[in-house]
Design a protein around this ligand. Structure first.
Ligand SMILES: [Zn+2]
Length: 107
């Protein structure tokens, strides 16, 4: 079975189900509808320009975060003057696709 491993930072506004759907669509086009999609979520990391705190990004948007661009704030002082240093990754870590015409079962 084909498998694809993705790394999607938690500050990306992409839902797992959406990603899985697209990967499967693409794989099906290549003749491998059975693709296992593994997704990991590196945490958002920020550096505060006000107090110098480095740490995890807070997402004050809560549930609304799905609808709005991510607004991040400093965990220590609440400032929104922060630089995002992690959590926006979107990459394919590995992709194993079986080649067609190798199964021998064509009935
Ligand atoms: Zn701060």
């Amino acid at each position: 079975m084909a498998s694809v491993t993705l790394e999607v930072g938690e500050l990306n506004l992409i839902e797992d189900e959406q990603l899985r759907f697209w990967v499967r669509e693409l794989a099906a086009r290549d003749g491998s509808p059975d693709v296992e999609v593994k997704i990991s979520h590196p945490a958002g990391r920020v550096r505060c320009e006000e107090c110098g705190m480095e740490g995890r990004a807070l997402l004050p948007g809560g549930e609304m975060g799905h609808l709005l661009p991510p607004v991040v704030a400093c965990e220590a002082c609440g400032s929104r003057n922060v630089r995002i240093e992690g959590g926006r990754e979107l990459r394919v870590v590995s992709a194993e696709i079986e080649m067609e015409g190798h199964s021998g079962d064509n009935t």
